[in-house]
Design a protein around this ligand. Structure first.
Ligand code: GLU
Length: 304
């Protein structure tokens, strides 16, 4: 790590900012800032119709209130031309194709998928359509773009927090989706294009995305883009061990704020879960700069 580190905060405006996502953002911000590096805010608003009106502005307000700052700000829905260019390059290389299969079709082709397991796509639509328009007409609805995964696509990388991770993408996922949008404006393609375009060197995010990372690395390689360092940290879970959600009570930042809680109390509470503060200690993000240390962050899911 050095002062050239570029990290990013990439909220999806699909819901409110809460203790779970803020903990990950705190680690992401500190990892770059503690090294004297830069931070980018990127609003990932391509997930229609899950995106909620007003959620992006609320996320920015919550982050500022908590003491986050950043050097550049981007909104993915304003960058569709870049995703289109990347998609065209993949198409020209024969590495993308439109697919009309539904999730149910894919599940039916897989004999016994285990709970929570990602679906492996068997390549049904490979070579089937010559264009998106042809696929859309055959489906009578929107197809998706898939990546043509090579048969020997074993990807291994050293995650800064989670350690070495290896996946045979062909047997784990098969031809995975790049985007559900004609111009390629979807999560997998956009995250790869943007991390490279923004010079991101440090990807810090929840470890639910660890199994999706090898696919992203394949897309990076296909486009000739550099590979950032990955740091996947455990998610915050409720007492039932499931990812923090509404049913676990209201941990929205906007609610804490309305109730008169100070940002230092929120940050202090989250810092305590990383081994950087005593219980009840109040701290700003800046106070945490000298205390930041990934080595004290527990590897088990965090209960709040
Ligand atoms: N926007 C994604 C989320 O909020 C994060 C994606 C990423 O960090 O790559 O879950």
């Amino acid at each position: 790590m050095n002062a050239k580190a570029v990290g990013r905060l990439a909220p999806s405006p699909t819901g409110a900012m809460h203790l779970g996502n803020v903990r990950t953002f705190m680690i992401a911000w500190l990892r770059s800032r503690a090294a004297g590096g830069r931070v980018i805010l990127r609003i990932e608003d391509l997930d229609h119709p899950r995106d909620k009106p007003g959620a992006a502005a609320q996320a920015v307000e919550d982050l500022r209130w908590l003491g986050f700052d950043w050097d550049e700000e981007y909104v993915q829905s304003e960058r569709i031309g870049l995703y289109r260019d990347a998609l065209d390059r993949l198409l020209a290389a024969g590495l993308a194709y439109p697919c009309v299969c539904s999730r149910r079709d894919v599940a039916a082709a897989q004999s016994a998928p285990h709970a929570g397991e990602q679906l492996r796509y068997p390549g049904t639509c490979r070579g089937r359509f010559s264009s998106w328009a042809e696929a859309a007409a055959a489906k009578g609805g929107a197809p998706c773009w898939r990546f043509r995964t090579p048969p020997d696509a074993v990807v291994t990388f050293d995650d800064v927090f989670a350690g070495r991770f290896s996946q045979d993408v062909a047997s784990a996922l098969g031809d995975f989706p790049l985007a559900r949008d004609e111009n390629g404006a979807g999560y997998t393609l956009a995250v790869v294009v943007d991390d490279a375009a923004m010079g991101v060197t440090e990807v810090v995010r929840g470890d639910d995305l660890l199994p999706a990372t090898p696919a992203q690395i394949l897309v990076q390689r296909a486009l000739g883009l550099p590979e950032p360092a990955y740091c996947h940290v455990p998610l915050v879970v409720g007492p039932d061990g499931l990812r923090l959600a509404k049913r676990h009570g209201d941990t929205r930042i906007a609610t804490f704020r309305r109730e008169g809680m100070r940002p230092e109390a929120v940050i202090g509470r989250l810092a305590a879960t990383c081994g950087w503060a005593e219980t009840g200690e109040r701290l700003s993000l800046v106070d945490l700069l000298p205390r930041f240390d990934l080595a004290t962050v527990p590897h088990a899911p965090i209960m709040i």
